[in-house]
Design a binder for this molecule. Structure first.
Ligand SMILES: [Zn+2]
Length: 201
């Protein structure tokens, strides 16, 4: 069941739990578990904000903007799942090579995302199988923000998303960048593709 986002979705309902928010391209989908005060019927509403957030933590101020009371969100939010899609390298034509010091010097983004000289990376080439693009198919890169004891008190409408993000990372959150980097090291996607899709922070 999909509804356009509006604060009206929340009126007269008790929010049981905000379970998930997925970020896919430009769509932020939020699943709210609601109970109607009049007839106590539980329902799930998927709302879309039509906006893009760079991090899972940015969902917190977004939900407050949508009209959720901070205290309600603080007590009901369990976690936020962020997702982006990266293109998967074509198995037939992809080419692995060792990252040189010259590569690192020519593009500082390699070091910024955590690569070191000597590591293997895989680049797209292009063949008839992949239509010359070097990629075939897509795969998600994820970050799962768990609302830990450290994160929960920061959901108060006053702390911005970078503070929530920092706390989540201290609690051990794997970021979309970490996940994208792991998929580069596994030869599933290229550093260029990871950088295209995932925000550096
Ligand atoms: Zn190919």
């Amino acid at each position: 069941m999909k509804k356009p986002v509006s604060v009206a979705v929340l009126e007269g309902k008790i929010v049981l739990g905000v379970l998930m928010l997925a970020l896919t391209g430009a769509i932020v989908g939020i699943t709210l578990w609601l109970v109607d005060e009049q007839n106590s019927r539980a329902e799930a509403a998927v709302v879309e904000t039509g906006a893009q957030t760079e991090t899972a933590a940015a969902a917190v101020p977004r939900l407050i903007d949508l009209g959720l009371e901070p205290f309600l969100l603080r007590s009901t939010l369990r976690g936020v799942i962020g997702q982006r899609l990266v293109r998967v390298l074509c198995e037939r034509c992809k080419r692995s090579r060792r990252l040189s010091a010259a590569d690192l010097a020519s593009d500082p983004r390699f070091a910024a995302i955590g690569f070191r000289a000597g590591e293997m990376i895989t680049d797209p080439v292009g063949c008839e199988r992949c239509g010359g693009t070097g990629y075939r198919g897509r795969q998600g890169v994820y970050e799962i923000l768990e609302v830990t004891d450290e994160v929960r008190p920061l959901i108060d409408g006053k702390h911005d998303s970078t503070i929530v993000d920092d706390a989540a990372r201290r609690s051990g959150m794997t970021t979309m960048l970490d996940d994208a980097l792991a998929k580069c090291r596994a030869g599933l996607t290229s550093p260029a593709e990871a950088l295209r899709v995932v925000a550096l922070r």
